[in-house]
Design a binder for this molecule. Structure first.
Ligand code: AMP
Ligand code: MG
Length: 304
């Protein structure tokens, strides 16, 4: 289904839906950043076997300032490259309008102000930041035309046609949340142009480029985690699924995997404040359950 206007796209997003939007880099599969279940639907539609943090697209610098703590260095980079294909990772604001699933549990957020006039019009009409990872199935090429998006999803995702993408490759990602400005992903803006504004070279990520979803900086609870638990034992708190009896919290009382994904990081964090071991009920391994189990397995793994 082809959308006729930015207003129509914004209406879909505001009512909890997802749609594909043109940007100057590649077509993105968009949702309101604050809507955890819509964000879950993005991962589900892309068929990703794990959660990776998504870029938060803002209308302007002021809105970006509601998402992350903009420091002097970030403001200078933003002045030079926004609107445009530079993504900046910074410490998240205290209560950002972003679901914890969109950050995949990280305490930092990636933001950018896109340049494509239609993308900007949709963010403005929605009145809130959007997440918009590339509108392709996991493991496939990023789409740079509306026809590519149609091929990916067989018409099941509404698309706003903005013509071919100008850059055709993803945004450049830098982190200003680390002790030294770091290049996380090369992209549409040349690193040397960023370095010219910085006045010094960007650092390479420590330990090489981390594959999305495998980042060592990912949130892991302090509490000991026991998976596939039918019930709590000893002083364990049970994180239930589908109405588990005796659960301290339930990821999805009605067994909806999209709700479970949306609740995963915030509930783990909440239970982790109680300083008791956590037992997690079995999660079905189909659809989004695969990504939920991937994240839980990492969180339960012994730490070195
Ligand atoms: P995209 O699929 O275009 O939304 O790009 C998402 C990519 O941005 C992820 O795969 C990460 O590599 C990177 N990213 C997003 N948020 C963060 C973050 N908080 N810290 C580090 N990298 C991030
Ligand atoms: Mg992609």
């Amino acid at each position: 289904m082809m959308l006729q206007s930015a207003a129509e796209a914004a209406d879909i997003l505001k009512s909890g839906g997802i749609c594909a939007l043109p940007t100057e880099t590649v077509y993105g599969l968009a949702a309101l950043a604050s809507d955890g279940e819509a964000v879950a639907r993005i991962y589900e539609t892309k068929g990703r076997p794990s959660f990776n943090p998504l870029i938060v697209h803002c209308a302007n610098l002021e809105q970006a300032g509601q998402v992350v703590k903009l420091d002097h260095c970030a403001t200078r980079q933003a002045a030079a490259f926004w609107p445009g294909a530079l993504t900046i990772v910074l410490e998240a604001q205290d209560a950002p309008p972003v679901a914890s699933l969109a950050a995949a549990g990280l305490a930092t957020l990636a933001v950018r102000v896109p340049a494509h006039p239609l993308m900007r019009a949709v963010i403005e009409a929605a009145g809130a930041p959007l997440v918009a990872p590339s509108a392709n199935r996991s493991g496939r090429l990023s789409p740079t035309t509306a026809a590519h998006v149609e091929e990916e999803f067989g018409g099941s995702v509404p698309v706003l046609d903005g013509g071919p993408c100008e850059a055709g490759i993803e945004s450049t990602i830098i982190s200003l949340a680390k002790s030294r400005p770091t290049l996380l992903r090369p992209g549409a803006i040349a690193a040397r142009d960023i370095e010219a504004r910085l006045g010094h070279p960007l650092a390479a990520p420590s330990g090489g480029i981390e594959a999305p979803g495998m980042m060592t900086s990912h949130y892991a609870p302090n509490a000991h985690l026991r998976l596939n638990a039918e019930q709590a034992e000893g002083d364990e708190l049970l994180l239930g699924f589908g109405g588990s009896p005796g659960a301290a919290m339930d990821l999805a009382p009605d067994g909806d995997l999209r709700a479970a994904a949306a609740n995963l990081f915030s509930m783990l964090r909440e239970l982790d404040t109680k300083s008791q071991p956590i037992a997690v009920a079995p999660i079905p391994h189909d659809g989004l359950g695969q990504a939920i189990n991937d994240r839980l397995t990492r969180a339960a793994a012994p730490r070195g």
